[in-house]
Design a protein around this ligand. Sequence first.
Ligand SMILES: Cc1cc2nc3c(=O)[nH]c(=O)nc-3n(C[C@H](O)[C@H](O)[C@H](O)COP(=O)(O)O)c2cc1C
Length: 329
Amino acid sequence: MTELFGCNAGGLGIFATARCTPEEARKNIREIRELTDKPFGINQILNLGPIAKETIEVAMEEKVPVINYTLGKPWFIDQVHAYGGKVLGTTATVKHAIKAQELGCDAIVITGLEAAAHGEEATTLVLLPLVASKVHIPVISAGGYQNGGGLIAALALGASGISMGTRFAMTQESPVHNNFKQYCLKASENDTLRSNRFDGLPSRMLKTPVTERLARSRFPLAEAIRGALQIKQMLNLSWGQFIGMSVKMMTAEESHPIWTQARQAAFSYRAIKGIYDGDMKEGIFVAGQVVGACEDLPTVKVLVDRIMSEAEEFIKKEHSILAEMSASR
Ligand SMILES: Cc1cc2nc3c(=O)[nH]c(=O)nc-3n(C[C@H](O)[C@H](O)[C@H](O)COP(=O)(O)O)c2cc1C
């Protein structure tokens, strides 16, 4: 578990629950608790309907210290606060960041255009200082980070910390299949694609023959049906439960239109094929532009230590440059 190693290396490890059932989430949460005494979080994509709600309920029953959500309305903030937990909202626009603060989030993750998966139109360099100037809760910057210089830049632009996805996916402990890790090692900063053809919302993926084809495709009906059936099987649902869940998903408050949900089903199928099976013919891999800067596969601890020591070096260097600049004025 990368997130566990993240906690033990001094970061806040966040376990993504979107690809498991609520009971699997519970099992993983308990396992994390056994292996670390550090705070940790879970991340849930809220627009996945009733299953997302159930997973959040499980996380609250388990009193997970940090609940991180994305793509939906956080109905659980008061309940999380009641047991002493914190809520971290992931957003990609100034408007949604302000809304997350109004709703009572303790901190926000703000995602720039360069990030893996769902960013909006503004890059980190523009978005982060803008958001930091508009909210008073801590802002964690996501999108494009992989080294100590990036951390210092984020702090200078108003962040309280950084969040990394692609760089952590490129570590020894990450469960991402080695086929994709090796492919990523050769990728440049231009080897990602952003399109709404992958899961119906604008998102960024590693550029491969599969994603290039998908980005040109029309509505993927056959894939959507296959993806939906895969989810039925993965979640071990009867046909009655599956139909009930589909109807609830279409009518839920935070729901997206049916064609978006069909694409999400197709996306899940391909993401599982890519990340876990390493299937280069059918699978896809979520990656940000920073993939071009991931040139090795360190352990999480080596990576976190490296970022911290680079940041310290960077501060010393910047101090001396500033001192020289002041002296010459
Ligand atoms: C393999 C992979 C899987 C991801 N899965 C999720 C997810 O389930 N939920 C989520 O909110 N973000 C997910 N993300 C996005 C990250 O949380 C993060 O916002 C993003 O990777 C930051 O940009 P970066 O890739 O430039 O570091 C994923 C990213 C990667 C690389």
